[in-house]
Design a protein around this ligand. Structure first.
Ligand code: ZN
Length: 213
């Protein structure tokens, strides 16, 4: 099976949906449905006020575009009536649509934490799998969804050979999909031997080196 997440070269004012924008060093989530902006922290970018928190977009100077920077204003999260905060980003290198994972959350078995313990690069893969599982066996429930040893791991209650095959296939695809940005990836390792599947630029950001196989 070939799985290709939806990407675009440019976001325009008429676009809708939620998008993960990856630049050389940083990442942002642009929610064009409800107009929220989130700057994601990273080990190589300077921490800024409101990182990793959704901020209501006040004004857009430049939407993300491959090879160009973006500019956005939002209310100061500490002083909403004060001067608006602005964020300028370096050139975008990947713009990928992020799916709504509420259907996945609702398929967790009662009593489970409902934690989707993976990075955003695998969200499209997970949403695609979830839709196929719901069709194959609507009674199937999740016990855990996480990253382990650089691969996607999904544990369920119920299911059959068909759902098992769908899960194994998605797990196989995760081994060649960057868990941070969704681009093509390979297995990498941190200096403390933590393994992640990453593309070359994300591996540089996270200080991982490729694992020889
Ligand atoms: Zn990546």
């Amino acid at each position: 099976m070939i799985f290709t997440p939806e990407t675009t070269d440019e976001l325009t004012p008429t676009d809708t949906g939620v998008w993960l924008v990856t630049t050389k060093t940083a990442q942002q989530v642009w929610d064009l449905d409800d107009m929220w902006f989130t700057r994601l922290s990273s080990p190589v970018s300077t921490p800024m006020l409101g990182d990793d928190e959704r901020q209501p977009i006040y004004k857009i100077g430049a939407l993300p575009k491959i090879g160009r920077g973006s500019l956005v204003w939002f209310d100061d999260p500490v002083d909403p009536f004060g001067t608006a905060q602005w964020r300028i980003s370096s050139f975008a290198r990947r713009i990928m649509r992020l799916p709504d994972l509420s259907a996945v959350e609702q398929r967790f078995a009662a009593g489970e934490s409902r934690a989707i313990d993976i990075q955003r690069g695998w969200y499209p893969l997970l949403a695609d799998l979830d839709a196929k599982l719901a069709e194959a066996d609507p009674t199937l429930q999740y016990s855990q969804i996480k990253e382990k040893g650089g691969g996607l791991r999904i544990y369920t209650y119920g299911g059959d050979d068909k759902t098992e095959a769908l899960i194994r296939e998605a797990e196989r695809i995760s081994w060649r999909t960057c868990e941070r940005c969704g681009d093509a990836g390979t297995l990498h390792e941190s200096p403390t031997w933590y393994q992640r599947t990453l593309c070359p630029p994300c591996a540089v950001v996270l200080n991982h080196t490729e694992v020889e196989r």
